[in-house]
Ligand binder design. Structure first.
Ligand SMILES: C[S@@+](CC[C@H](N)C(=O)[O-])C[C@H]1O[C@@H](n2cnc3c(N)ncnc32)[C@H](O)[C@@H]1O
Length: 266
């Protein structure tokens, strides 16, 4: 496979790329890992360890609404039969399954994720292509996809600017992206309530129902990354800086941020 990673998405040369400021989605979280360089191996081990419990934990979070919500979000963002979708951070396949429902054929959805454990779980639910890889170095040719989705994983990439440049590169002109992320509550009271729920109640429930330490840790880490995440304005700004147009954010029931954007048609 040809490696398109070295190509400049804007065709403006190295100088344009150097202008881009690194934008990690959150600072180093020292209670989990010591240095920025250790982050990916921590995240990898966490998801590998919790993979077989991920869907069960997810149902504790959303009471089972996750699969249909993801499918509806894809439809709202413009996914239509005949398109080819790349689902980055496919995890156990919850977004990709919604996409297969819309497209009507498994081959139209390609899932990519760095975690072998999550990919093994995804394989149980999906018959289409699954590839091991990271958002910041996607193992695909330029201009291959009509749409790209990423569900609840923006917080796990090392640098938003690098990931978004990759999204730009693999999309066709006119291609769209949909990024789903949890909303950080703005009022101190609701933040306290959600923090208590995520830091105390959900980890305990996860531990009791799965008997898995990684599943418990995943819940705690989940909240800390939401709490420490850069604000939505930064995410929108990095998307615009990358060159995306029609950049927008829709808030779903005050709980989920749906970021949408498009690569301009040529
Ligand atoms: C919370 S799960 C989300 C899974 C799925 N998208 C969903 O909606 O349920 C986060 C996923 O991000 C993946 N991930 C972690 N670091 C990543 C990276 N640098 N690039 C792409 N995916 C990453 C993890 O392996 C994990 O499967």
């Amino acid at each position: 496979m040809r490696d398109g990673r070295r190509e400049d998405p804007h065709g403006r040369g190295d100088a344009a790329r150097d202008e881009t400021t690194a934008t990690p989605p959150h600072p180093v979280l020292e209670q989990y890992y010591a240095r920025a360089d250790d982050r990916q191996s921590f995240v990898g081990a966490l998801f590998d360890g919790a993979a077989r419990h991920y869907n069960r934990i997810g149902r504790m979070l959303d009471f089972g609404s996750g699969p249909w919500y993801r499918r509806d979000a894809l439809r709202r963002a413009g996914l239509r039969p005949g398109m080819r979708l790349l689902d980055v951070a496919v995890g156990t396949g919850l977004v990709a399954r919604g996409a297969v429902d819309i497209l009507g054929k498994p081959g139209g959805v390609i899932g990519v994720d760095p975690s072998r454990g999550m990919l093994q779980e995804a394989r149980k639910a999906l018959s289409g292509p699954l590839v091991q890889g990271r958002a910041e170095a996607l193992p695909f040719h330029n201009g291959r996809f009509d749409m790209l989705s990423m569900g609840f994983a923006l917080r796990h990439v090392p640098d938003l600017a690098v990931a978004f440049r990759e999204y730009w590169r693999v999309l066709k002109p006119g291609g769209r992206i949909l990024l789903l992320e949890v909303v950080r509550p703005s009022s101190p009271v609701s933040r306290w309530l959600v923090r208590t729920h995520f830091q105390r109640i959900l980890p305990l429930m996860a531990r009791i129902s799965t008997r898995s330490e990684p599943a418990q840790l995943l819940m705690k880490f989940y909240w800390d990354t939401i709490d420490q995440c850069v604000p939505p304005e930064t995410i929108l700004e990095v998307l615009r800086r990358t060159g995306f147009v029609a950049v927008d954010r829709h808030v779903f029931y005050g709980l989920i941020n749906e970021y949408v954007a498009a690569k301009p048609p040529q």
